[in-house]
Design a protein. Structure first.
Length: 79
């Protein structure tokens, strides 16, 4: 059981009962990895939501001041 990947341990945690995982000797590690993955997913979702909010705010400001945003590889972002 020690050679299981993180994803395999997470899958076991989601599918097997706690007692079975304890008997296999992987419960603590599987739980830790599962909780870590959940935390990363929450943070990812929060960051995406913040990015969307910021993009909307930026678009509103550009509309208010009638500015145009141009993004070019050579010159980057220009107003």
């Amino acid at each position: 059981m020690e050679n299981l990947s993180k994803e395999e341990l997470i899958k076991l945690y989601k599918t097997l009962p706690k007692d079975t995982l304890i008997n296999l000797g992987v419960y603590d590690k599987a739980k830790e990895l599962y909780e870590e993955k959940q935390k990363i997913e929450r943070l990812k979702k929060e960051r995406i939501e913040k990015a969307i909010t910021l993009a909307k705010e930026a678009q509103e400001l550009l509309n208010i001041y009638r500015l145009e945003l141009k993004v070019t590889p050579a010159r980057g972002i220009r107003l």
